[in-house]
Design a protein around this ligand. Structure first.
Ligand SMILES: Cc1ncc(COP(=O)(O)O)c(C=O)c1O
Length: 388
């Protein structure tokens, strides 16, 4: 393919530096106040941020922790799951859910996802439930909610706990069939999130949190995240050391103030992609569910398997990065062979891992930058069509 025109600046999948420059005054002031106090662990900013996030989500409390993977592990520990119990998870997702389930001696049971929303397909969950099944981890992938009404009803019938992994969808709102709305992460028994730097609500290092409206569960989670400690040097249960450090909490408290604005910025980028790419042949654009807002952590399209590599290479030549989230579904990951139980056909997860492609999306993207991306994309699609 011919070498192409580059954009004047390097285009990033997520431009953290430009976003930092926009927030620099607020972030630097917040960080300086932590440095002045030297209260690096459990400083007052940790409590303040947790309270502000709880207010934003409209829940009684948020329990901060070290990262989103820890949050999932602590959730499973707090629910008292025992080795041999089964936990249903989607087959097409980031590895964290499978990892913590396996680490605790539980069995991950894989269920297929919906081919258009990328989220777990609720109509396939029931067939995967066995007498050993105790919980479902649903992952609100790429920025929008799973079908929580169906999932919660099914969990109720089978007495299952529901953990919502909300790492990619903080800020999304779910609408129940009766019109009630709730933020994602607040609907199941426990919600978890990650504040990894590229996430919708992100810090400048590692961070995570758990959300529950159950007071007793919240207390257990607090203890587990702090060595299972009820008071200093008194350990009621086996826990872990998983803390959100004060610097990250101070940064997050600033970023939380911008969350709605940032969400709108990503939604605008997504709508421009929708418009510009809708006429591209053989490209499936992301589908927004009727019951959820979409915060577009990723803008993920689907293309024919044999064209994806060519498309990526063409875009790269024009300075447009793209990423495959995720190139292997969990059933094909070497580490989990012999550990997982397959809960039905996983054909959509399998197909998606060969067809998905995520395009750059972030809060600082300019119209001209995006025009370069969409023009390059359209040219690539035409050039690839001519080759075949
Ligand atoms: C859906 C999902 N869950 C969990 C995690 C794990 O979060 P962390 O990297 O903070 O451990 C991630 C991070 O990429 C994620 O995307």
């Amino acid at each position: 393919m011919p070498g192409g025109r580059m954009f004047e600046k390097q285009i990033q999948m997520v431009d953290l530096h430009r976003q930092y420059l926009r927030l620099k005054n607020d972030i630097d002031t917040a960080m300086q106040s932590v440095m002045d106090d030297c209260s690096f662990i459990n400083g007052p900013q940790v409590k303040t941020f947790s309270r502000h996030l709880a207010e934003y989500l409209d829940v009684p409390s948020v329990i901060p922790c070290g990262n989103g993977t820890d949050a999932l592990q602590i959730a499973l520990m707090a629910l008292g799951l025992k080795p041999g119990d089964e936990v249903i998870i989607p087959a097409f997702t980031y590895v964290a859910a499978a990892e913590v389930v396996a680490l605790l001696g539980l069995t991950p049971v894989l269920v297929d996802v919906d081919s258009r929303t990328f989220n777990i397909n609720p109509s396939l969950i029931e067939a995967a439930v066995s007498p050993k099944t105790k919980a479902i981890i649903v992952v609100h992938l790429f920025g929008q909610s799973c079908d929580m009404e169906s999932i919660m009803s099914l969990a109720d019938v089978h007495h299952l706990f529901v953990i919502e992994d909300n790492a990619q969808s903080v800020g999304a709102t779910y609408t129940f069939p009766d019109g009630r709305t709730q933020k994602t992460g607040t609907i199941g028994h426990i919600g978890t999130t990650s504040f990894f730097p590229s996430k919708p609500l992100a810090c400048y290092g590692d961070g995570g949190a758990l959300i529950t409206s159950d007071v007793q569960l919240a207390e257990r989670i607090h203890q587990i995240a702090n060595h299972g400690q009820v008071r200093k040097y008194h350990h009621k249960q086996i826990g872990c050391n998983s803390r959100l450090d004060t610097l990250q909490a101070a940064i997050l408290d600033v970023k939380l103030r911008y969350l709605s604005e940032f969400t709108q910025a990503r939604q605008l980028v997504a709508s421009r992609y929708d418009e510009a790419l809708s006429s591209c042949q053989d490209v499936l654009l992301p589908l927004k569910s009727s019951f959820s807002t979409h915060v577009y952590h990723q803008y993920t399209i689907q293309v024919e398997e044999k064209k994806r590599d060519l498309l990526q290479a063409y875009l790269k030549e024009r300075g447009v990065p793209s990423m495959v989230y995720y190139p292997l579904p969990l059933q094909l990951q070497e580490a989990y062979r012999g550990i997982i139980r397959i809960g039905g056909s996983l054909q959509e997860s399998d197909k998606l891992s060969r067809s998905v492609l995520s395009l750059p999306i972030h809060t600082e993207m300019t119209e001209s930058e995006q025009r370069h991306i969409t023009d390059s994309f359209a040219e690539a699609i035409l050039a690839i069509a001519r080759l075949s």
